[in-house]
Design a protein around this ligand. Sequence first.
Ligand code: NAD
Length: 248
Amino acid sequence: HGRLQDRVALITGGASGIGQATAVRFAEEGAHVVIADLPAQSAGAEETIARAQALGRNAQFVAIDVTEEAQVEEMADAAVASFGRIDVLVAAAGISHDARGALRPSLLELPTEAWQRLLDVNLTGVMLCNRAVAKRMISGEVRGSIINLASVAARRTHPGMTTYSVTKIGVWMLTRGLALELAPYGIRVNAIGPGLIASPMTYGYFGGEEGVADMGQRAPLQRSGQPIDVANTALFLASDESSFYREP
Ligand code: NAD
């Protein structure tokens, strides 16, 4: 009997990195998983699906862009249509600065469209997914758990990371506000704030696996984190172990 036995988990960004590791970890613990990601990520999505199915779980891919409200609503409808409800949302879809050309683009040089896209994906996208899923949790009388991916960048930043940090502190406060709004329904909302995690995102930003390994050397444990480290945190927050439901 897994820690998420027969729960229905919707995971955005499930084709790669932290989202993929979370989907597979949840499937190991008995969850059915719906993963949402961009259409261009179908190869990674298929891999996630295959790994969840190999564990004997139902798994489904919904190709969407989290910045498109109508698509987000369709994603949530598809999950409910397939599984009857959504117990857990992990909002892991996100982007970093496009490091091609300039490793750390200064805000002075960052095209306004890049600023806007980061806000659209990392903040508005998380809000849209939280709202779409929360509405369905309430109507389905599910005591659900919503887990957002913030970042250590919500608390600290460095030159070239300003915009990303702005989006992540936004996710942090979105999480706190929604936690208060949804508490009366028994829905809890949490954010995880990882430090450096080895994933395609950080490979892109820090110049490949070697660049990430070098960065990891500066951490107290002298290595970067792995997606599974974050997946295990999400597992705790998704499970009854963090539920607070027990009568006193
Ligand atoms: P990743 O690039 O490996 O995965 C992110 C996924 O999100 C990709 O599959 C991508 O296609 C998807 N995505 C991007 N834009 C999307 C959109 N508009 N619609 C739907 N899907 C979209 O990155 P990751 O490292 O796994 O990051 C996952 C989350 O964790 C992100 O929110 C990231 O900001 C956050 N985070 C990462 C780190 C780290 O060091 N890797 C640290 C702290 C927080």
